[in-house]
Design a protein around this ligand. Structure first.
Ligand code: ADP
Length: 461
């Protein structure tokens, strides 16, 4: 048993499945066969016994009903009648009290010992199994015995036929169950093989290749693969984000670090004694450090993957008014106007995310403007969403650059924008937040006239 368990443990799922299902079907079939065989055997054997008993009783009754005048000659003359009373294959023998044979009908069998009167005995005569019954009998004036021998060959051949049929059907059932088990196991383990192969690819090559296992059935394996796909996609996104963070950080932080390093070397050599150089270098280093800090914060913001909060909602007017207020404090010269529909509902977004989106766009409107900034914000309710339009009178963006402004580190005028202090990450964060809350953005711009950002947020129901 232990050996069998050890053998099974090391086999493939497919083999285990096939062997177990075949064994279960085979054992159930064998048990059913044994029960059927024993029941039939008992029932048919009882039937054979009742046949011999009936024939013997009928013959005894016949002889006794003939009365005391019955002679041996008359018995011989009635041979045909006696033959019709017994069954075809049975042998009937009449003996006198001394055991001498008087008459024999149908010499199919040799004589059996005359013992155990009235009882049905099973014995072997001439290598054949038979039932024998001996009874005392009155033949006219003389006493004697009647012996009926009932061959069991018909019963035996029937049982033999039954056993052969059961055996052939059993082998057939075993083969059928093994093939069905094999096919089923193969069918069910196929997706598991695909899962294993996919895991191996991830182990060998990482997340560089797309992971998509297709299995359409809505069963436990289907659920498992669906979860695996979702989990791997999440991991893939996180992994890509992490990789991008490392690449972006190392690339973009190099410039401010080099600038600070340059200034510090300058200070070391000459700046200590030259208050002008000292002042300028400290000033530039502080600016670069501030920029670096902002960039790191923004990169972390982009790399962070927070769960969407489905209970979130924001009062659009209150949040936008707060951002305008805050901007007015920082940029008192900027003119910011807000116009809105009568009733603006609540948006399906967190207040933090909404204020960050609006703040990024307003800051850009002020930053990329060479006149006194004039910003017009209008809120209106559409069917199932709220649109927020932010128009500025800034330098505008050339049409060919518009598709790229949401890309990481993209700056229309690299050198100039660096001076202004942008990191090229603000709009990437804006886009990421908008996508997270199923919102959209459209940009229209005319060079030297201004830019319009049209945002659409779903309403909270
Ligand atoms: P940055 O931190 O450099 O401002 P953003 O991702 O916020 O980065 O913006 C990307 C680029 O898009 C900016 O560098 C700028 O060239 C351009 N841009 C964004 N908003 C405006 C605007 N309102 N007017 C003109 N150009 C803009």
């Amino acid at each position: 048993m232990k050996k069998l368990r050890d053998y099974l443990v090391n086999q493939s799922l497919q083999k285990k499945w096939m062997l177990t299902s075949s064994a279960v079907i085979f054992f159930s079939y064998t048990i059913i066969c044994i029960v059927v065989y024993i029941s039939l055997h008992t029932w048919l054997l009882n039937d054979e016994a009742s046949q011999i008993k009936r024939a013997s009783d009928d013959l005894v009754y016949f002889f006794e009903s003939q009365g005391p005048g019955l002679t041996i000659q008359e018995i011989h003359q009635n041979k045909g009648l006696l033959d019709s009373i017994k069954d075809r294959d049975q042998t009937v023998k009449l003996f006198n009290v001394d055991g001498e044979k008087i008459l024999s009908i149908n010499e199919n069998s040799q004589v059996a010992p005359i013992t155990s009167l009235g009882e049905i005995m099973e014995m072997t005569i001439d290598k054949k199994n038979v039932f024998v019954i001996n009874q005392r009998i009155q033949l006219g004036f003389i006493q004697g015995y009647i012996q009926v021998i009932h061959p069991l060959s018909k019963f035996e051949s029937l049982m033999h036929y039954l056993l052969t049929t059961m055996l052939i059907a059993g082998i057939g059932a075993l083969l059928l169950s093994a093939s069905i088990g094999y096919y089923l196991a193969n069918y069910l383990t196929k997706p598991l093989h695909a899962l294993r192969a996919s895991m191996k690819t991830v182990m060998d090559k990482g997340f560089n290749e797309p992971i998509q296992l297709s299995y359409t059935s809505h069963d436990e394996i289907g659920d498992l693969l669906k979860m695996y796909n979702a989990m791997m996609n999440e991991l893939q996104i996180s992994f890509t984000k992490q990789q991008q963070f490392v690449a972006d950080a190392s690339h973009e932080l190099r410039t401010p670090i080099q600038a600070i390093e340059g200034h510090l070397s300058l200070l070391k050599r000459w700046g200590k004694d030259d208050p002008e150089i000292l002042e300028e270098s400290i000033e530039t280093s502080l600016t670069e450090i501030a920029r670096m800090r902002k960039m790191i914060e923004e990169l972390l913001e982009l790399a962070r993957r927070e769960e969407k909060d489905i209970t979130s909602e924001a009062d659009a007017v209150a949040v936008i008014e707060a951002v305008i207020e805050e901007t007015r404090l920082l940029h008192p010269d900027a003119r910011i106007l807000l116009s809105k529909d009568e009733e603006i509902g609540r948006l399906f977004i967190t207040e933090n995310a909404l204020s960050q989106i609006v703040r990024n766009i307003i800051e850009n409107a002020i930053r990329y403007c060479e006149k006194i900034p004039e910003i017009q914000i209008s809120l209106s309710v559409l069917e199932k969403e709220v649109s927020v339009k932010i128009e500025d009178n800034g330098i505008g963006i050339a049409e060919e650059n518009i598709p790229y402004i949401f890309d990481r580190f993209y700056r229309v005028d690299e050198a100039r924008n660096r001076q202004i202090g942008g990191t090229g990450l603000g709009l990437s964060i804006t886009k990421m937040l908008l996508e997270k809350y199923n919102s959209s953005v459209e940009v229209k711009s005319v060079k030297n006239v201004g830019t319009v950002f049209l945002l659409k947020f779903p309403l909270k129901y």
